[in-house]
Design a protein around this ligand. Structure first.
Ligand code: SF4
Length: 343
């Protein structure tokens, strides 16, 4: 069976080429075609001999996913992609445009086992983990379809990255490698709903990317209702893991907090949130809920401002996230869910 070239780390590819009787500089040439020139057909890699091109075609493919649908916001150019993988499964990515930079929001799983009640992906079930190459392929897909260079990457699309830990870390090494996508680790963010032992492992392994924790509620009673995984890992355990993470890395952590009207947007929620975050070096992103679940409504602007001010009174920096792509299905999982329904 042919292998996906995007699944290879640099040293693995050099070793693989060696076993095919090809020298290291041949691997460098192929990587240059794929990651720098965006040429994915071995036939067009003109500095390789016909014999080598045929050999590589026989053994490898470049697994950039097939574009099934692309929606572009007329307001802010936010672009949502629906991709088909080799086995027919579908995943989504989003490209966000701000101050001349492009951020790719990418998926790590087909569906998601966490089943958060505010998330369209969580509602459509879990199918499988993505390979590192399938994660990396989304970036190349975005770049060639929108003719841009991706500068920032957030692991915030479909799936929980820390439940696909090894492939997520491998994909980061590929993104970061200078002969591959050469994206700085400081421009890569893993966003997690919180798996304490994996958060600690990120710190111990000195992965070096930024971390965002999707907290979304200040008490276990409320968090249990929207994130079923909270019954396994309580808020206390999560906060402890963030504390340990910061002791090792010294990094500031982003706290994501989806604001849901008359559920977690009360002043006492803000007070409680400030209490549990006390002593941590965090920045809080306040995100008005996307109405995927008809039971959830967005708070008024006034209620969101009130929440923010309470955090700031406690010395916690925060911002109300500017919504992107409001005229398209920009929230994670919406496009795929519509596509699944129409089948
Ligand atoms: S919010 Fe993230 S962790 Fe929760 S169901 Fe959606 S994709 Fe999974």
């Amino acid at each position: 069976m042919k292998k996906n070239l995007l699944d290879f780390e640099y040293n693995e590819l050099v070793e693989y080429f060696k076993n095919l009787g090809l020298e290291k500089y041949r691997a460098d040439q192929v990587l240059d075609w794929v990651y720098k020139k965006r040429v994915f057909d071995f036939e067009n890699m003109t500095n390789l001999s016909k014999e080598h091109r045929n050999l590589l075609k026989e053994k490898l493919f470049v697994g950039v996913p097939k574009l099934l649908d692309m929606q572009i916001s007329k307001i802010d150019r936010t672009t949502k992609f629906l991709w088909e993988l080799k086995d027919g499964n579908t995943i989504e990515s989003v490209a966000l445009f701000h101050s001349g930079r492009v951020t790719a929001c990418i998926s790590t799983q087909v569906g998601c086992p966490v089943k958060c009640s505010f998330c369209a992906t969580g509602q459509s079930g879990f199918v499988r983990n993505l390979s590192a190459g399938e994660i990396v392929g989304q970036i190349l897909g975005i770049e060639i379809n929108r003719k841009v260079n991706v500068g920032n990457v957030v692991y915030m699309g479909m799936g929980e990255p820390l439940l696909n830990f090894d492939e997520t870390l491998k994909s980061i090494r590929i993104l970061n490698h200078k002969k591959m996508l050469n994206i700085s680790k400081r421009r890569i963010t893993i966003s997690t709903v919180g798996i304490p032992e994996k958060i600690m492992e990120l710190a111990e392994k000195n992965v070096g990317v930024r971390l965002a924790l999707s907290l979304h509620a200040p008490t276990n009673f409320k968090r249990d209702q929207i994130i079923p995984l909270n019954r396994k890992y309580s808020i206390d355990e999560l906060i402890y893991s963030i504390k340990k993470y910061q002791e090792t890395t010294g990094d500031r952590v982003t706290i994501e907090y989806i604001l849901i009207k008359e559920f977690n947007d009360y002043p006492e929620d803000a007070e409680k949130l400030a209490e549990i975050l006390k002593g941590l070096n965090v920045f809080v992103n306040l995100i008005p809920v996307n109405p995927v679940n008809p039971d959830f409504y967005r708070p008024s602007h006034w209620a969101m401002e009130r929440f923010k001010q309470i955090l700031e009174r406690h010395g916690i920096e925060s911002e109300i996230r500017v919504e992107k792509g409001t005229d398209i299905d920009a929230a994670c999982g919406q496009l795929r869910r519509r596509n699944l329904k129409s089948k």
